[in-house]
Ligand binder design. Structure first.
Ligand SMILES: [Zn+2]
Length: 159
């Protein structure tokens, strides 16, 4: 065995040999496999099973990155008093609520504004968010800009 990590969509060969306490599995790349079969591996009576497969590299956890970034942004923006970020914070909260990261604890009407109190399900942190008055069209626009903002943040993290 060469020990090279498998590449995406690479064919691999697996044999299962008898062993104690449980069968032992060996994975080979094609060239190592040819060498092993040439030296009679499959004739070995210990072989229980053999199969061939295609190795697929697991996809990157983009979903997790997006979620963490949304959380970080919410944390950062929720503490600012900038009315311009109210809509962004609100959309971020909706996104995280949909992903079941935070939940709405309370809705209150304070100083003529609807205030939403969200709580982080794991950390218990709470976020006070002013509900903006937005038409569905405006929500759509803010949502698009938040998506862009997230992409930029993710880009700057991975750059
Ligand atoms: Zn190999």
């Amino acid at each position: 065995m060469c020990g090279e990590p498998f590449k995406d969509k690479q064919t691999y060969h697996t044999v299962l040999l008898t062993g104690e306490p449980r069968p032992v599995r060996y994975d080979f790349c094609s060239s190592c496999w040819q060498r092993e079969t040439a030296s009679g591996l499959l004739q070995n009576p210990q072989v229980i099973s053999y199969w061939k497969g295609t190795y697929i590299i697991p996809p990157k956890p983009t979903e997790a990155i997006e979620r963490n970034t949304a959380e970080l942004l919410l944390k950062k923006l929720a503490t600012t008093d900038d009315p311009n970020s109210h809509a962004v914070v609100y959309i971020l909260a909706l996104m995280l609520e949909r992903k079941k990261i935070i939940k709405l604890k309370k809705r209150a009407y304070i100083n003529g504004k609807t205030t939403l109190i969200y709580e982080h399900k794991e950390t218990g942190e709470s976020y006070t968010i002013t509900e903006p008055t937005l038409t569905p069209d405006q929500i759509h626009i803010v949502h698009a800009s938040v998506t862009k903002l997230l992409e930029q943040e993710i880009g700057s993290q991975t750059a």
